[in-house]
Design a binder for this molecule. Structure first.
Ligand code: AMP
Ligand code: GLY
Length: 423
């Protein structure tokens, strides 16, 4: 079948690599794609949020499946648009409708959902201008640090973690007054959870589900988790502390109740659910839901999958996931993200990337790259994810590190400590 994959990051490059391995794939279009995906399929320079244009293209090309990589188009209602239109409803959208995407697009929705279905998470309260006093009371009650979250999408910047009560009170006022625009007209205040984070992914048809390999990502720019938050500086899969007992708790206390909750709310769901979890003394708690795969987690999760991924997507559309067997590579995968100097603040793009062809120990997934006249240039903050496999975490990391040293572009920066805290 002909397939459209939407996105242009390392996640989509890693997804595309699996899609073209499938016996079910005829043509793969990546909209808009990057220099890496151009080698696997056809990059198409369309705006994926222009659903009518996308529908015209999909119909012309006989596309049967669309896989949105990020939450953006899901939140904008791509599934509803295609499925509710006679001409396009035969096209399978691998992601939830707008109603399911609320798990990610509204923090207050997801917190109320978790509370209602007894899913372990931090205690929280939803605040608007009308009940700001309740917000101040909550801040007085909990101990620092204080966690404040804009309800809606705020380009990854909507979460503040503050040590000082006065700062938290001021920030609450500023957020409600429009610090993040509409996104913070409602603010979720949360108790801080102490622990180590991990990312767990399922692929589901709303009833049956496949648990994908778990991963840990490293969000801070600096080594030993210091400095500003980024889109992700590296990832590891599997995660050593996610042992059988811990995973069983995740499945029983979090995955199953989440699916039950969606059913009880009459929210049909197809696609990924990404559980951002905190391991608090051996007990998993949900930090947040996402309705897509993670990035850079995808760059270690997808390469570990050995079975046919399109067959998995297809099985969900015919409610036959129970007959799908996910085969995974038991080795450890690590990925190190090469980023542009200055990221996540000011950085320059358009630097030529050299020595890509010298990489032999890792897979180079393109995140922010662009090809011009046969040369490859940086085109974003996160540039390349270098994924390696080995029997041990240390060996895999060393391969990724050697590759990171070989690639050359002006301003290149990467973290050398990805996964070392897990040893
Ligand atoms: P979120 O966008 O909700 O995932 O929050 C961004 C990041 O803030 C998370 O990945 C965590 O590192 C941190 N965080 C969010 N909520 C909490 C919490 N209640 N306790 C501790 N850390 C949190
Ligand atoms: N790596 C975290 C995310 O994709 O949101």
């Amino acid at each position: 079948m002909n397939i459209i994959l939407i996105g242009s990051g390392g996640r989509e490059h890693a997804m595309a690599a699996k899609i073209i391995e499938s016996r079910l794939t005829d043509r793969l279009f990546i909209i808009p794609g990057n220099a890496g995906t151009a080698e696997l399929g056809e990059n198409i320079p369309l705006d994926p949020s222009d659903f009518q244009q996308l529908a015209n293209f999909a119909t012309e090309q006989g596309v049967e499946m669309i896989i949105p990589g990020s939450e953006k188009q899901l939140t904008e209602g791509i599934h509803d648009f295609f499925s509710d239109n006679e001409k396009t409803k035969h096209i399978k959208i691998i992601g939830p409708r707008k109603a399911g995407a609320l798990l990610e697009s509204s923090k207050s929705f997801s917190k109320i959902f978790m509370q209602k279905y007894n899913i372990p998470t931090a205690r929280s309260i939803s605040i608007t201008k009308k009940n700001i006093e309740a917000g101040f009371l909550f801040l007085n009650e909990v101990s620092p640090p204080y966690v404040l979250k804009a309800d809606g999408p705020a380009a990854g910047k909507g979460v503040l973690i503050l040590d000082n009560l006065y700062d938290a009170q001021q920030s609450l006022k500023e957020m409600l007054a429009g610090k993040f625009g509409q996104a913070s007209e409602k603010v979720v205040l949360e108790e801080f959870m102490e622990g180590i984070e991990l990312s767990v992914f399922i692929f589901t048809d709303g009833n049956q589900y496949i648990i994908l390999p778990e991963a840990k990502d490293y969000k801070r720019i600096g080594e030993h988790d210091t400095g500003l938050n980024t889109g992700g500086m590296g990832a590891v899969s599997p995660v050593p502390f996610a042992n059988a007992d811990f995973k069983n708790k995740i499945e029983e206390q979090i995955i199953k109740p989440t699916l039950k909750g969606l059913q009880a709310e009459n929210i049909p769901y197809i696609g990924f659910i990404f559980f951002g979890l905190m391991n608090t003394d051996g007990n998993p708690k949900v930090i947040e839901y996402n309705v897509r795969m993670g990035d850079p987690e995808s760059e270690v999760v997808f390469p570990r999958i050995l079975s046919d991924i399109v067959a998995m997507y297809d099985a969900a559309t015919t409610k036959s996931l129970d007959r799908y067997f996910l085969e995974t590579n038991p080795q450890t995968a690590t990925t190190i993200m090469l980023v542009s100097g200055g990221y996540p603040e000011h950085f320059e793009i358009g630097k030529e990337i050299k020595e890509l062809d010298k990489i032999s120990e890792s897979i180079a997934f393109h995140a922010g790259t662009q090809e011009t006249n046969g040369r490859i240039y940086t085109h974003g903050g996160r540039v390349l994810a270098l994924t390696s496999f080995a029997d041990t975490l240390e060996e895999a990391l060393n391969k990724s590190l050697r590759s990171a040293q070989i690639i050359d572009f002006e301003g290149k920066y990467f973290r050398r400590d990805i996964g070392l805290d897990l040893k």
